[in-house]
Design a protein. Structure first.
Length: 292
């Protein structure tokens, strides 16, 4: 075997690795462009005149304007933009509080308390995750309408405080099952009951699961369109997702520019919320990985 043959093998291997690396990065960049393009188009469209948005294939605005943001901040239908923001905040923050309180207590009961039928009730709860939301729309609407709750925030917030979000209960149950039961026994020796064990021992350790649930609950509630569309009828009770549709009118002129501007403004709180709490989400994943 010649020296040239020996030295060419590592060179060919390095070239293949470099080629695979280049191909992988090209593929990732192409996927990222496809995923990010709608968001970039929305941001760029918010700076275009309303008449240049529909039918214009250019991504970059030919004429830059801030009139769309001025119009969006001015509100629509006699309702201020900040009223829509406040409504969204009430629903999102209320959802976070309700989910954290109800899901954490329910998860403690399923994970730490032995009671008759626990397995059956837990299986039924998990089964509700397989039930499409659209199946229960009519029964829920009839129930809330008979209770006089339609056109208020109660139909959107009350279920959050009743542990109806099975996903979050399941998430916290799995987290609690990873914590050693010796913690409960030590707290019980010190005189703690179930409430003391939950509040003083387990709840502080559940912080990663609680914060993860809070992030998802906030984002899902902030972006929810169908729920507010069903139960809220007055414009002064609309959250931002419902307010966006007010700018599109099939019978008259539609202000697409203001709609794009409001969509960008509505995206900012979600991004800020995720940026602030993402490190806790990563810490939660790391903590789960260190258990066992």
């Amino acid at each position: 075997m010649t020296t040239a043959t020996v030295t060419s093998a590592p060179v060919r291997s390095a070239r293949r690795r470099r080629g695979r690396s280049v191909g992988f990065h090209v593929l990732v960049i192409a996927v990222a462009v496809v995923i990010l393009y709608p968001g970039v188009w929305m941001v760029m469209s918010s700076f275009k005149p309303s008449g240049d948005i529909v039918g214009n294939v250019n991504l970059w605005p030919e004429t830059w304007t801030l009139e769309n943001y001025v119009s969006a901040l001015g509100g629509i239908g006699g309702v201020s933009f900040w009223t829509f923001v406040l409504n969204s905040l009430i629903l999102a923050v209320g959802s976070v509080v309700g989910v954290v309180l109800s899901a954490s207590v329910s998860a403690y009961a399923f994970a730490r308390i032995s009671f008759p039928g626990r397995g059956v009730f837990f299986a039924i709860m998990i089964g509700t995750m397989l039930l499409p939301f659209h199946v229960v729309i009519i029964p829920q609407y009839i129930l809330f309408n008979s209770l006089g709750m339609v056109n208020t925030f109660l139909p959107l917030l009350a279920p959050k405080f009743l542990a109806t979000e099975a996903f979050f209960v399941f998430l916290m149950v799995q987290f609690l099952r990873g914590l050693p039961r010796e913690l409960d026994e030590a707290a019980r020796i010190d005189g703690c009951g179930h409430w003391g064990i939950f509040r003083r021992v387990l709840l502080p350790l559940m912080r990663p699961a609680v914060i993860t649930s809070s992030i998802f609950a906030f984002i899902w509630s902030w972006n929810d369109f169908l729920g507010p569309l069903l139960y809220l009828k007055r414009p002064d009770t609309y959250p931002l997702p419902i307010a966006l549709r007010l700018y599109v009118d099939q019978t008259s002129v539609s202000d697409y520019g203001a709609q794009m501007a409001m969509a960008v403004l509505a995206l900012v709180p979600v991004l800020l919320f995720f940026v602030v709490f993402q490190r806790y989400l990563v810490d939660g994943v790391a903590t789960q990985g260190l258990k066992g």
